[in-house]
Write a protein that binds this ligand. Structure first.
Ligand code: BES
Ligand code: MN
Ligand code: ZN
Length: 498
């Protein structure tokens, strides 16, 4: 399988020479367009199915190479089981699974968007197309050599055969924006930290201007002036200067308060003076996944001209040990005047977010704020890689996020907050300390953030488990998932567009 071009939509009647993918229901049932496509092959499908004991069971496949009578060089029949009822996300996964059956050497594939019961609706075909794009993603820009006999993969052109081409193309436009946003996030996360440091990250976020997003970049001097010492303290041990980027998309009614998205952008997290062990430290190039998601999301919202006012804000730093690095025991004063005693310099994400949350809350007066952060290893212990941890002061916002999670497959699980946990971050010397001990590590991190959001409805998503080292799924084979772009796009779509 290969990096894909943009999918195109063709009519059921079109015939091409690449791979042909059909969906088949239990009992070897095909839709009318598929039956017409296979008519020239006579009883080939029946004979092959008998030979392979293929009946169309969910997840099973039948493959026929060089099927005689067809223009296609390979026929792939994907079983979808008995009378399937596909929700949007099932179709995304189905599109991904279909591309997964296309050999790496293939340069074109046609997927027929039809079940036995009839053609997919335009929206359904577009979801299928979204899945093909996400599955095709590869990050190979630093591979200059191939192994002996290994051909470079072809750039795959996926065609989706549909009943109504213009309607499917129209439905695709918004999904195209989302696919681009997810891929943008994955690219940023996969990029190594010697290439993607705060300044360079800010530069790349600047590309959103092309989509109509207003982008503002604050440098160290500007943040000093604002008193963002918690954020700056994290970055002070690095040769690379810190940045904050604020992105605005005004697609909603003038004057309506924006929905705000805040991302942790630690371009590399060594742990600082409380340095991390060597094993696996390379993964900490992805400690900016929250920020990457915010950039991808803002791209998606702007590109699909979402009718919403949205703010994206990301705190970009590099956490390094150095003669000028922050020490355990140091006390920093945040932008809102509260003081934090640094116990462990590896608990840096919350320090960055504290200042960015307060900045966004006071400058932009958002109707709600959602932050994304690869904040704690403890959330991976608690939830594994299937759910992100959700911490919030607002039940309604949680409800909406949980529903959007079910719809997109980017699921969230609510975790507790409360005064009992809050006590754990009381400090002997300052207003609070930046760690609360081993127990409930994700919760005490969230408790610190809660002290910087005031009364604004807010949700914190701890994505340490879902964003990086992603399990291989039908829609992602990459190390980074781009988790959160589809979730938050769905949230906006369902509740915040006028
Ligand atoms: N970036 C890490 C959390 C992390 C761990 C993200 C694994 C992705 C995968 C974070 O900055 C961190 O180091 N957290 C510490 C907090 C501790 C020092 C209180 C942790 O989780 O161990
Ligand atoms: Mn850390
Ligand atoms: Zn970190």
């Amino acid at each position: 399988m290969a990096d894909a071009r943009k999918p195109e939509f063709v009519s059921f009647a079109s015939r091409s020479s690449g791979v042909l993918v059909l969906f088949c229901e239990e009992g070897l049932k095909l839709g009318p367009a598929c039956r017409r496509a296979l008519a020239p092959t006579g009883d080939l499908l029946q004979r092959a199915a008998t030979a392979d004991r293929f009946t169309g069971k969910k997840g099973s496949t039948l493959e026929i190479v060089a099927p005689s009578g067809l223009a296609a060089n390979r026929l792939v029949v994907l079983g979808v089981g008995k009378a399937p009822r596909f929700k949007a996300h099932d179709l995304v996964k189905l599109g991904g699974a279909a591309v997964g059956k296309v050999p790496a050497a293939a340069s074109s594939a046609t997927i027929v968007a039809e079940l036995a019961s009839g053609a997919f609706k335009p929206d359904q075909s577009a979801e299928l197309a979204l899945g093909t794009q996400l599955r095709s993603y590869v990050f190979d820009r630093y591979k200059t050599k191939r192994k002996e006999g290994e051909e470079p993969p072809a750039k795959l052109q996926v065609s989706i055969a549909v009943a109504n081409v213009p309607a499917a193309q129209k439905a695709w436009r918004a999904r195209d924006a989302v696919a681009e946003g997810v891929i943008m996030a994955r690219d940023l996360i996969n990029e190594p930290a010697n290439v993607l440091y705060p300044e360079e990250f800010a530069r790349r976020a600047g590309a959103l201007k092309k989509a109509g997003v207003a982008v503002e970049v604050l440098d160290v001097a500007a943040m000093k002036k604002l008193g963002m010492n918690a954020l700056l303290g994290v970055g002070q041990g690095s040769r690379k200067d810190s940045r904050m980027v604020i992105m605005r998309w005004n697609g909603g009614k003038k004057g309506t308060p924006p929905i705000a998205f805040i991302g942790k952008g630690v371009c590399f997290d060594t742990g600082g003076i409380s340095i991390k062990p060597a094993a696996g430290m390379e993964d900490m190039k992805g400690d900016m996944a929250g920020a990457a998601c915010v950039v991808g999301l803002m791209h998606a919202l702007a590109s699909r001209r979402a009718r919403v006012n949205a703010v994206g804000a990301i705190g970009l730093v590099e956490n390094m040990p150095d003669g000028n690095a922050q020490r355990p025991g140091d006390i920093v004063k945040t932008m809102n005047g509260q003081t934090i005693e640094i116990i462990n310099t590896d608990a840096e994400g919350r320090l960055v977010l504290a200042d960015v949350l307060h900045y966004v809350n006071t400058r932009h007066k958002p109707r709600c704020m959602i932050d994304l952060a690869t904040l704690t290893g403890a959330i991976i212990v608690a939830l594994g890689q299937e759910y992100a941890g959700m911490f919030s002061n607002d039940d309604r916002l949680c409800d909406r996020l949980a529903k959007a999670g079910q719809a997109t497959g980017e699921r969230v699980w609510r975790m507790p907050l409360g005064p009992e946990y809050d006590k754990l971050i009381d400090s002997k010397f300052a207003d609070m300390k930046n760690t609360g001990g081993r127990w409930g590590g994700s919760i005490t991190a969230a408790q610190l953030l809660a002290r910087f959001v005031d009364k604004t409805p807010w949700a914190h998503l701890d994505i340490a488990g879902t964003a990086l080292g992603s399990p291989q799924t039908d829609i992602n084979k990459s190390w980074s998932s781009g988790w959160g772009v589809r979730l938050l796009n769905q949230l906006v779509l369902d509740h915040y567009e006028r």
